[in-house]
Design a protein around this ligand. Structure first.
Ligand code: KG4
Ligand code: ZN
Length: 354
């Protein structure tokens, strides 16, 4: 019999619930409801944790009811409740977790805990047929920038991560510097449409350690680093803004386009290095920044050109940014593989993927 999962996600500023069913032994999204708090946080220029938690409390039950209604199902027909345990904001996570626990206890439905980052990655397993292992995946979100190598489902080796800001965080901070609204990624992408991306120069960051002399006096060259650093690009942007006479629309557009190109080029460089090193059958992009059109296009073009045998996969736009369908899909695989997170059903703001 096919399985039915109610998934709940409240790790940051989206209150989300989804119903996941099953078709031909693959997860199937029956409904996916996201109540965004962007308008609430916009006036503060970013997410205010206490405000986010309060909005989750107000939204969570109507959002769950809508997800069940859209999925043409009732709580009585749900086999599992999946919920994000972390990483995320503790006050936000707790609303989702406590709601999920209350429903699970009162209706005697088993609870499945999900790592938010695993959720982002598993947004790609929505009915995909070309997801062959080994997989190299890149999660680029507001809080994380992770390059992972997976030989099989639910197993990860971290092969690259950010040393400072996450990619989405860099977009958000850059937007603030340019006076553009929150969230920064979409507003920078929009401003960039009218700008010349060769107008301002930003560096390509290489964190590979310098060559060193070994014990016998020979020069040794360390392997190229797959780690990221974005805070220097932000500082470079700030110094370019400071020397402008006037922040005209044209200047902002040029800076936005050049900054976006720099972030994308830095990400693509490490992704291509990782594919060359690990030779995966599939390369998977995910997370909020995966909604960036330039990043999607450049990565696909470079992978096609340099590694035509590697399949490039990215979720549809609505499954890139936070949603509960991705949490339900990750839970689906945890259920099928009978491999569950062993921790307690309490929030873990810094939960790691491995
Ligand atoms: O995955 P996500 O929804 O939340 C986290 O888990 O953090 O990612 C949100 C991030 C924000 O930093 C936002 O600016 C960025 O994703 N983002 C984008 C775009 N859409 C959202 N960045 C670049 N281009 C976009 N189109
Ligand atoms: Zn996220």
């Amino acid at each position: 019999m096919s399985v039915k999962i109610l998934a709940i996600e409240t790790s940051c500023d989206e209150t989300a619930a989804a119903v996941i069913g099953e078709k031909e032994r693959k997860p199937l999204i029956l409904s996916n409801v996201v109540s965004s708090q962007i308008d609430i946080h916009n006036k503060y220029g970013g997410v205010v944790p206490e405000v986010a938690a309060r909005a989750h409390i107000e939204n969570i039950l109507p959002v769950i009811e809508e997800a069940l209604r859209n999925g043409k199902t009732k709580l009585e027909n749900i086999d599992y409740i999946a919920v994000t345990k972390g990483p995320g904001l503790v006050g936000s996570l707790i609303v989702g977790l406590e709601t999920a626990k209350a429903l699970a206890i009162s209706k005697e439905i088993p609870l499945v805990l999900v790592n938010h980052l695993e959720g982002h990655l598993y947004a790609n397993f929505n009915n995909q047929t070309k997801m062959n292992f080994p997989i190299v995946s890149l999660i680029v979100s507001g809080g994380h920038t992770l390059l992972l190598y997976s030989k099989d489902h639910l197993s990860y080796e971290v092969v690259g991560s950010t040393k400072d800001d996450a990619a989405g965080e860099a977009f958000d901070k850059a937007a603030k510097i340019l006076g553009l609204p929150y969230p920064g990624g979409p507003s920078i992408a929009k401003a960039a449409e009218k700008g010349d991306d060769s107008k301002y120069e930003f560096p390509i960051i290489d964190l590979t350690p310098a060559p060193y002399r070994n014990d016998r006096g020979f020069l040794e060259y360390p392997q190229a680093s797959l780690d990221f650093s974005f805070s220097g690009l932000k500082t470079a942007l700030l110094s370019k803004v400071k020397i402008q006479k006037e922040m005209t629309e044209e200047v902002v557009a040029g800076l936005a386009a050049s900054f976006q190109k720099a972030i994308v080029d830095n990400i693509v460089k490490n992704a291509i290095l990782a594919i060359g090193r690990y030779r995966p059958k599939t390369f998977v992009l995910s997370g909020g920044v995966a909604a960036n059109k330039l990043l999607r296009k450049k990565l696909e073009t470079e992978i096609r050109k340099k590694f035509p045998k590697t399949n490039f996969v990215v979720p549809p736009f609505n499954l890139c940014t936070d949603n509960a369908a991705m949490i339900g899909i990750a839970a689906y695989f945890r259920i099928k593989k009978e491999k569950f997170l062993e921790q307690e059903a309490v929030p873990e703001p810094n939960l790691k993927i491995v």
